[in-house]
Design a protein around this ligand. Structure first.
Ligand code: GDP
Ligand code: GDP
Length: 436
């Protein structure tokens, strides 16, 4: 089921980032610990009680140096287009400003649910500050304090109450959903066409168009797939042409709906910084990943060239060390047949569940082989492990004291698990927990 999307809109300095960090909390730090992942807080996962959602920090989107009112209008537009619920944040210490009124006008017309958060209400005496904000027209203002973490519960209860309950995205469990990401001109559209026009692929239905992408179902070797194409969407223009700069958000939503994400690289131009950032999104979302080196027709494509390029990919994308690399040409269709089997394998591994006793044999062998770390004279004791989730495979290792689980040791355990079970194409997550 698609997670609901919440956008935070407000003037600079009202405290959006502060709130964002609080809501995203622990989850973002896990992600940021991954070496090589470019930090990006445009879009992150958050959760309130048992409800998970995606949070957009519209303030984090690069809007250049337009005047404030123009920026505010753009921010509000993104929120309206992308979010299910909008948190409109104002500053309780400053009162209503012209920019607040401008944003209010736009949001008001949108018919999206808006929850008004009055930030910097750091103590109960300041609560009176909220009354003037009734005049913005969004009902009850919620007083909060980002720095002290006050009022967030009530705010989020209200936000969550607006989440759409009807799930219109039908995600068939037996179907593999995949999307393609990569900077403009890497060949996303060309690859979509190449896949769909491959001889042994049966395109069963007319493509369905969602707000952000064109979904095309097809079958190959009795396996059903849906290809989620955002690039094609861009090319049909109209509304989306105007919002090209937000194509990242569109790609992120496609990733969210995918089991497998194909990260495209252009062999002709080589790897650039933007590629790493885009690849980071797939990794952060916890999806299976296949790296596709496209335009392989443009380079001297012998075995050695492939090895050299692979080496480069591994250096530039250390956080995707689990992702298989496929070299192909969308233009000449050379090696295109090597792609689908990798998508299928990555998807299977993403959903793989291992047996607890076998897992524990692996973990205990690992511990016997490589002594656990110590800190202040105290040694980590690994008691047992269990797989708590799939997509991606997630493991909890019960220990005497989670503080003693150094990330290098966690990495070591991850590698042992990978050696034992494969998991090619999928990230895996490991959490250390105190035995309760
Ligand atoms: P953004 O530009 O909207 O993302 O705002 P920031 O989150 O960067 O916050 C701007 C400033 O306001 C920072 O100096 C924060 O420390 C401060 N700030 C944020 N939330 C609060 C709050 O609840 N109370 C007070 N007193 N200051 C806050
Ligand atoms: P997108 O922006 O990522 O969707 O990229 P397109 O599919 O529109 O491709 C951008 C350009 O690269 C077009 O001119 C394509 O013809 C070209 N192109 C795509 N794939 C290949 C390929 O495998 N080899 C070569 N030589 N050119 C390609």
């Amino acid at each position: 089921m698609r997670k609901s999307i919440v956008a935070v809109v407000g003037r600079p300095n009202v405290g959006k980032s502060t709130i964002f960090n609080r809501l995203v909390g622990e989850r973002i730090s896990i992600v940021e610990d991954t070496p090589g992942v470019t930090r990006d807080r445009i879009y992150s996962q958050a959760e309130w009680l048992t409800t998970e959602f995606n949070l957009i920090d519209t303030g984090g989107i690069e809007l250049g140096d337009e005047p404030l009112l123009v920026k505010m209008r753009e921010q509000a537009d993104v929120a309206i287009q992308e979010a299910d619920v909008i948190i409109f944040m104002v500053n309780g210490r400053e009162g209503i400003t012209a920019a607040d009124e401008e944003v209010a006008k736009i949001l008001y017309k949108s018919n999206k649910p808006v929850v008004l958060a009055v930030n910097k209400v750091d103590n109960p005496e300041m609560r009176e500050a909220i009354y003037e904000f009734y005049s913005l027209g969004f009902g009850e203002p919620f007083p909060i304090s980002g720095t002290h973490g006050l009022g967030l519960g009530d705010l989020l209860d209200q936000v969550v109450s607006y989440f759409p309950t009807l799930d219109t995205d039908v995600h068939d469990e037996d179907t593999i959903y995949f999307s393609l990401i990569g900077r403009p001109n890497v060949g996303k559209s060309s690859l979509v066409n190449a896949i769909l026009h491959e001889e042994r692929v049966i395109v069963s239905e007319i493509a369905g168009t969602t707000r952000d992408a064109v979904d095309t179902p097809f079958t190959k070797d009795d396996q059903d797939y849906v290809i989620i194409d955002t690039a094609g969407m861009r090319k049909r223009g109209k509304i989306y042409e105007a919002t090209e700069r937000y194509s990242v958000l569109r790609a992120l939503k496609a990733i969210e709906r995918s089991d497998v994400v194909l990260t495209l690289i252009d062999a002709e131009t080589g790897i650039i910084e933007q590629d790493k950032k885009i690849a980071g999104y797939a990794h952060q979302a916890g999806k299976a990943v296949v790296i596709v080196v496209n335009k392989w027709d443009t380079v001297n494509s012998d075995e050695k060239a492939m090895k050299d390029f692979e080496q480069k990919v591994r250096v530039h994308f250390p956080f995707l060390d689990y992702a298989p690399i496929v070299f192909l040409s969308a233009l000449t269709k050379k090696r295109i047949h090597t792609l689908i089997p990798q998508i299928k394998l990555a998807s299977e591994n993403h959903a793989l569940r291992v047996e607890t006793n076998v897992l524990n044999d692996v973990i205990m062998d690992a511990v016997a082989m490589n002594p656990t770390p110590t800190m202040n004279g105290k040694r980590l004791k690994v008691l047992y492990a269990t797989q708590v989730a799939v997509q991606p495979p997630t493991f909890v290792v019960f220990v005497n004291d989670p503080e003693l689980m150094h990330f290098t040791y966690e990495r070591f355990l991850e590698n042992r698990i990978r050696d034992a079970f494969g998991f090619e194409g999928t990230p895996i997550k490991i959490y250390a927990r105190r035995r309760g």
